[in-house]
Ligand binder design. Sequence first.
Ligand code: ZN
Ligand code: ZN
Length: 162
Amino acid sequence: MIISFRCPHCSAELSFEELSQDESPCPQCGKAIPLRLTGKMRNSNVVDQCAICGLEKLYTQKDFNRVLGASIFVGAAIVSLILYGYSHVLSAFLVLGAAAAADYLLYLALPEVTICYRCHSQYRHVSPNAANSEFELGLAEKYDPKDKTKGAENPAAEWKQH
Ligand SMILES: [Zn+2]
Ligand SMILES: [Zn+2]
């Protein structure tokens, strides 16, 4: 698995793949980052606990690149408008339909990413864990309340904006 997270000390964006150690130094600030790795994470590639903050609640979502998805559609809309302007009405609608289909297929083909409710660490290339389900707002509010002051407690708070 690959863990992407923010350094709890300096907030640098990091990703770790080598998970044999119980702690690793941050390549940016050099401070040790403790890794709470469970047996399942080490042996079965399954995330049952956040290695960075230790929380046992994680959710899964499609690893969707919204910029890519949106640009497909914007591009198609422009082509469609030009065709419409030249009275190719049927072609204009076909282009839009094809773009919607492409977006949908792209979505289906996307891998899933597992994300920690509290610190937003992201786990990619993991084996599925049935205990991790889709995002629930109630759990997000419980573990990472919006009114909490920003800072070291949650170095990845701005990742929520995506
Ligand atoms: Zn650091
Ligand atoms: Zn976490």
